[in-house]
Unconditional design. Structure first.
Length: 284
C-alpha cells in the first residue's frame, strides 16, 4: 500500500509562540529604512510614529512642511502639527534657521535616528538680517494657527481676539493659498478685531478679504491681507431699517348713549347712526 501524502503545512517549531505576532522575515536589499525600536515602539500617538517613519524614509532635501505632510496623509493639519511638536520635544526632530552660501535664510529640518545625536551648528552670523547683506528670504512658520492656538502658554495667540482668529484661520477654506502661520494670525488679528467692532459680520469680512485676489502671489498671502486691512477704507456695516409695528390700531368698544349698541371709538359717546339721526332732526 502506498504511503499517504499530505499537502498540509508542517507543524510549527517547538519554540514558536502560541499567541501574538509571528514574523515572516524577508531580507530586503533595496528601498528599505532602518529604524530604532525605541522610535517604532514609542508609546503614544500612532500618528506621531507614522509621521516619523515617513520622514525617516524620505531622501535628503524632501519637503516636510505641514502642507507637504498633509498632502501625503489623510490626517488634518492639527494632528500632523501635533505629531511634529511631539517629535521635536522628544529630540527626533530639530528646526534651524541657517544662512545659505547665497545669503538667504532658510529653515532646515534635521531628523535624528537616535535622539541626542547632534549635527554641528554653523558659526552664528553676528547680523543675520543686517542691511549690508543680501536680502533674506525666510521660510515661514508653517504651523497652522488652529493647531498652535492650543500649543500652550508659548502661543502668540494668547492675547488675540478669538473671533478674529476664527476669521483668519477660516480663510484657507475659501482659498487654500491663505494658510497663515501663528505669527501671521497674531499680527493680523487686531485689524480684523477693529472690523468686527465696527459691526461687520464674519461672513462679510471673509468675503472682503478673499474676493478679487490675484492668480499668482508675489509675496506671502499675509502681506496681501495686511494691505487690505490697512489701506482699504473701513467698510460700513449694513444699516438695518428700524422695526416698525405695521399692525393697525384697534379702538376699544364703547356703548352708544342713544341706542346702547356697541361700537368702536376712542372715547364714550354716540354711534354713527345716532349722530346721523341727530343731525337730520336738527336740520328739520
Amino acid at each position: 500500500m502506498a504511503d499517504s501524502q499530505s499537502s498540509a503545512r508542517s507543524r510549527a517549531d517547538a519554540g514558536a509562540p502560541t499567541a501574538g505576532v509571528i514574523h515572516v522575515r524577508t531580507r530586503l536589499t533595496a528601498d528599505f529604512t532602518v529604524l530604532a525600536n525605541a522610535l517604532a515602539q514609542r508609546p503614544g500617538s500612532a500618528v506621531t510614529i507614522g509621521v516619523a517613519v515617513y520622514i525617516a524614509s524620505l531622501p535628503d532635501g524632501a519637503p516636510v512642511s505641514i502642507t507637504a505632510l498633509c498632502a501625503h496623509f489623510t490626517e488634518g493639519e492639527i494632528l500632523v502639527s501635533r505629531a511634529l511638536r511631539e517629535l521635536e520635544a522628544a529630540g527626533y526632530l530639530e528646526r534651524r534657521r541657517e544662512r545659505l552660501p547665497t545669503g538667504q535664510i532658510r529653515t532646515r529640518t534635521y531628523f535624528y535616528d537616535v535622539p541626542g545625536d547632534s549635527v554641528p551648528r554653523p558659526e552664528p552670523d553676528p547680523d543675520p538680517e543686517g542691511p549690508s547683506g543680501p536680502p533674506s528670504t525666510r521660510e515661514p512658520d508653517q504651523r497652522p494657527a488652529t493647531a498652535a492656538a492650543t500649543a500652550g502658554p508659548e502661543s502668540t495667540l494668547a492675547d488675540a481676539d478669538p473671533r478674529a482668529v476664527a476669521v483668519l484661520t477660516a480663510l484657507h477654506r475659501v482659498d487654500p493659498r491663505l494658510l497663515l502661520s501663528v505669527r501671521e494670525v497674531a499680527r493680523l488679528a487686531p485689524a480684523v478685531s477693529r472690523w468686527l467692532t465696527a459691526g461687520l459680520g464674519t461672513v462679510q469680512i471673509v468675503k472682503l478679504l478673499t474676493e478679487g485676489l490675484p492668480d499668482r502671489f508675489l509675496t506671502r498671502p499675509a502681506g496681501i491681507l495686511a494691505y487690505r486691512l490697512r489701506e482699504a477704507p473701513l467698510p460700513t456695516a449694513p444699516i438695518s431699517p428700524p422695526h416698525r409695528d405695521e399692525r393697525p390700531v384697534v379702538l376699544p368698544f364703547q356703548t352708544c348713549d342713544g341706542c346702547e349698541r356697541a361700537f368702536r371709538a376712542p372715547e364714550p359717546g354716540r354711534c354713527r347712526g345716532c349722530r346721523s339721526e341727530s343731525r337730520l332732526h336738527a336740520a328739520a
